[in-house]
Design a binder for this molecule. Structure first.
Ligand code: ADP
Ligand code: MG
Ligand code: ZN
Length: 618
């Protein structure tokens, strides 16, 4: 069974067990019975005439003494003994008859009918009763009644009061389009007449969709702080319990509370936990009943309430692609707000928000930090500011300086340095490996500029070559993808040229190369032979579902051949490139061995390659 964490449930279970134990103790108190040897004790007692009655089952004899007997420190009237198979039965019968011992036909330990029923069925009956009870509670809506489990089907959503919510739209930056739409939603709730007068329909559901860390939850909290209406906040996973029906009942309860408090906002975070497409990549055991029922209940509730009532449902998810289409149709989450990763200007604003209470030195240029952090989202930037401040504190600075931020960024992007001792040979090999990536990166048109090369071990990696684009990238051309493949191949190829034996150091490079090549063939239609067809299932969709055609054996072979062709072509190219530039590679490797970390300018200088453009960072 699925683990079920309910303190109440555990308590009740314990109480039931206690009850069961009590019943057994009262109706069938454990009797004290001593075990005595057949000879001499038992025979002796019979001869003395101290045995009142016996009964036997097989060779086991149980019985009662007239006066209690002590054996090995235990004293009791009841006893039990084993008759050895070789004992003389006739003699024993004679002895018993002589002493007028009552010989019972029935085992004295057998229980009465009531006892038997209680013992064998009692616990089961109790458990079954408990489950029936729980089911009925869950299905019955959980409200009213108010029995021991009355709270169970209740919604666990927290009601957030505007006054207690300190986050406002001021704290959200860099995602202006999303913010504007939510400001509008708040206005709907505050001045419904303004819209209803013109016959406009207030949206029922607003879905915030976007990558993790872009500020969806933050936006919702800002709405709670600014709307000045009751705000009910819940995470979708809170609805799901092991028992089917509980989630649905909690949803019912949540909507009921919101309607009573209207105008109000219901916020359901991580909506995909319940809202995944039904019948999709489900478990084998049909364990989705609960999720499905909960989802259905949300749909029903959203359809059910009066549009004029003024309840708006806000949902957030990282995975809008896996949501059930029924959730997205008009009348439900009909407004979708995409929260995109911020651009350079947006990142600057976010940094501004997070450095409001951080003393900054004069040399800190937030715009420049924003420029060097493409791809970072709000959560990353908040983390960067915090790491910078921590570093400054550690170094005893009064203000956070530019160097603190650059070092914090390095730590975040590359990982924290690891103290492991490498042999001279290993370091040399790593220097050639990273040097290979870097030289290929510097000499390949379309490759992202090399920002940093380092042979200091960090995290899993023994060395790093960091290349990031100058601007935010949303779309890559085939040439650029091929350039990425070449740069990833550079490490292994350099090792190959200098040493004979390959090492394990290229594992993640190989994964990256394979990933890009696979994307080109299976998803982005960049292989002429495979053509303009999607060959890989979209994430979140099972194998035999619409979206990706089941791939034929012949096509699979074709895909493999194409992957191989692309990668082999690029490997070949890189081999030529590095062989032709062996002196540059040697020079860069030497510089790395000497200085361990080179940044953009130093790396180009060490390799003797002129830089064509001004670097964004110094
Ligand atoms: P998610 O989109 O995954 O829900 P969160 O809203 O939880 O992301 O963001 C996590 C943290 O990152 C926030 O608490 C905030 O400190 C910071 N953050 C994210 N986006 C922004 C933003 N646009 N403006 C300011 N801070 C942000
Ligand atoms: Mg979130
Ligand atoms: Zn590598």
């Amino acid at each position: 069974m699925i683990p079920w964490s309910g303190r109440r449930f555990i308590t009740i279970l314990l109480a039931l067990f206690l009850l069961n134990w009590l019943i057994v103790a009262i109706f069938a108190p454990a009797e004290k019975r001593i075990k005595v040897p057949y000879n001499p004790n038992f025979v002796e007692q019979v001869e003395k005439g101290n045995v009142k009655e016996i009964s036997s089952k097989g060779d086991t004899v149980q019985g009662e003494f007239k006066k209690s007997v002590e054996y090995k420190g235990d004293k009791a009237e009841k006893f039990e003994t084993e008759i050895p198979t070789f004992a003389n039965d006739n003699q024993l019968s004679q002895l018993l008859t002589d002493q007028d011992v009552v010989i019972n036909a029935e085992s004295p330990s057998s229980r009465s009918l009531l006892e038997t029923i209680l013992f064998s069925f009692g616990p089961t009956i109790l458990l079954v009763a408990l489950f029936v009870f729980l089911m009925r509670r869950a299905a019955g809506g959980g409200r009213g009644g108010g029995g021991v489990l009355g709270q169970f089907g209740r919604s666990q959503a927290k009601r957030v009061e505007s006054e207690s919510q300190t986050v406002t739209f001021e704290d959200v930056a860099g995602i202006d389009e999303a913010e504007e739409q939510l400001v509008e939603v708040v206005d709907f709730l505050r001045n419904p007449d303004k819209y209803l007068r013109l016959g406009a329909r207030i949206p029922r559901g607003v879905l915030l969709a976007g990558p993790p860390g872009t500020g969806k939850t933050l936006l919702a909290r800002a709405v709670a702080g600014e709307a000045h209406v009751p705000f009910f906040s819940a995470s979708a996973s809170e609805f799901i319990e092991a028992i089917v029906g509980v989630g649905a009942s909690r949803v019912r309860d949540l909507f009921k509370q919101a309607e009573e408090a209207a105008p109000a906002i219901i916020f359901i975070d991580e909506l995909d936990a319940i809202g995944r497409a039904r019948g999709g990549s489900g478990g084998v055991m049909g364990g989705h009943d609960e999720r499905e029922q909960t989802l259905n209940q949300i749909l029903t509730e959203m359809d059910g309430f009066d549009p004029a009532a003024g309840v708006i449902v806000l949902g957030a998810t990282n995975r809008p692609d896996v949501l059930d289409p029924a959730l997205l149709r008009p009348g439900r989450f009909d407004r979708r707000v995409f929260v995109q990763p911020p651009d350079s200007a947006g990142r600057e604003q976010i940094l501004r928000v997070h450095t409001r209470s951080v003393p900054l030195a004069d040399d800190v240029d937030l715009a420049q930090i924003a420029q060097t952090t493409p791809g970072m989202v709000g959560a990353d930037l908040a983390n960067l500011v915090n790491e910078g401040a921590l570093l400054a504190a550690k170094r005893g600075h009064d203000q956070v300086q530019r160097a603190d931020f650059t070092d914090a960024l390095e730590k975040i992007v590359l990982g924290a340095a690891r103290k492991i001792l490498l042999s001279h040979d290993d370091r040399r090999r790593i220097a050639y490996h990273e040097g290979g990536h870097a030289i290929v990166g510097m000499l390949t048109p379309g490759a992202d500029p090399v920002r940093k090369v380092s042979i200091i071990p960090r995290g899993q990696a023994l060395g790093v070559t960091l290349s990031t684009p100058d601007d935010d990238r949303f779309n890559y051309s085939e040439d650029e993808l091929r350039a990425k493949i070449r740069v990833s191949c550079g490490g292994r190829v350099a090792e190959e040229i200098v040493y004979d034996e390959p090492t394990t150091g290229a594992e993640s490079d190989i994964q990256q190369v394979t990933g890009i090549a696979r994307g080109m063939v299976e998803r982005w239609g960049m292989s002429e032979k495979v053509g303009f067809l999607a060959m890989a299932p979209r994430e979140g969709q099972g194998f035999l579902l619409p979206g990706a055609e089941p791939v034929s054996e012949a096509t699979k072979e074709l895909i493999d051949a194409e992957l191989r062709r692309i990668v082999d072509d690029e490997l070949d190219h890189v081999r030529h490139l590095l062989t032709d530039n062996r002196e540059r590679l040697d020079a860069l490797a030497e510089a790395l061995l000497e200085r361990e970390t080179l940044d953009e300018l130093d790396a180009y200088a060490a390799a003797g390659i002129p830089r064509e453009r001004e670097p964004a960072s110094a």
